[in-house]
Design a protein around this ligand. Structure first.
Ligand SMILES: [Zn+2]
Length: 265
């Protein structure tokens, strides 16, 4: 196994551990994947708890879903991951989790409201599309995410009565989307215990959406330097230097949020 493959396997294990500790992948829930090469994808194994994975337990499959290497069966959601890669040649990693407050919103039949939190406007352009319910592990579930994830403005799709699918140039970027979406849902849930949410001032929104569009552009250059998505391979010599690191992206998000909060006071 070369260094790149070892690093990608280790990154999947590290991110899985963090998402498990955060409570987004309870028991054996959730699955992660990263493109390794033109026709090789690394995915988490089925059934095992994702909080304690070892790099050797990550399964290698091809883009048709056939197992190439590994002692364990791949996640049952392989088709959903492959559907995301088919729709988005600009991405290299997919994270699927069951963040409890986001799932609670879908179970209650409630949309995550827009125009409330700067983070939702900046990170997701104000909305998280909702894929209709389909049986976990089924081809119908894989197809259900296509429409939402196809739009490059969308980096995450809610799965009705189930969870969230997020994408990124690397597995860390996909996981950040999961964390931001669940954090927003938690704040809105708390606000409703305190009497309900109050919308942001309308004139703040356009500025936040401008930042969102900038982030969509920037994210194509924020990654660990070994993205292997087809589009990245086409446009970027490998290994690609990170033009903007994740701290810079965080700084841009925080600055936009700070300005919006100051203006709405
Ligand atoms: Zn699931």
């Amino acid at each position: 196994m070369n260094e790149l493959e070892w690093n990608l396997r280790s990154d999947i294990c590290e991110v899985a551990r963090r998402l498990y500790v955060a409570g987004f992948m309870t028991g054996s829930d959730g699955n992660l994947s990263t493109i390794l090469s033109d026709n090789e994808v690394l995915v988490t194994p089925s059934r095992l708890c994702k909080g304690f994975l070892k790099p050797s337990q990550i399964v290698k499959i091809d883009k048709q879903g056939n197992k190439l290497e590994g002692d364990l069966p791949p996640t049952v959601e392989v088709a959903m991951h492959l559907a995301a890669y088919q729709e988005r040649p600009d991405i290299c990693s997919v994270a699927h989790c069951h963040p409890p407050i986001l799932v609670a919103f879908t179970v209650a039949g409630l949309d995550l409201p827009s125009c409330i939190l700067p983070e939702i406007e900046v990170m997701f352009g104000g909305k998280l599309p909702l894929a209709p319910y389909a049986t976990p592990g089924s081809p119908a579930l894989a197809d259900s995410i296509r429409k939402g994830i196809r739009n490059r403005e969308n980096s995450a799709v809610l799965l009705d009565h189930h969870g969230l699918l997020a994408v990124g140039r690397d597995i860390y970027q996909a996981a950040i989307k999961v964390e931001h979406a669940e954090a927003a849902a938690r704040v809105i849930y708390y606000a409703r215990q305190l009497g309900g949410e109050k919308p942001l001032a309308a004139d703040s929104l356009e500025k936040l959406h401008q930042t969102h569009r900038k982030i969509v552009e920037l994210e194509s250059s924020v990654y660990a330097g070994y993205c292997h998505s087809p589009e990245c391979e086409e446009n970027t010599p490998q290994p690609a230097p990170a033009k903007v690191d994740e701290f810079e992206l965080e700084r841009i998000v925080h600055e936009a949020v700070r300005k919006a909060m100051a203006e709405s006071r």
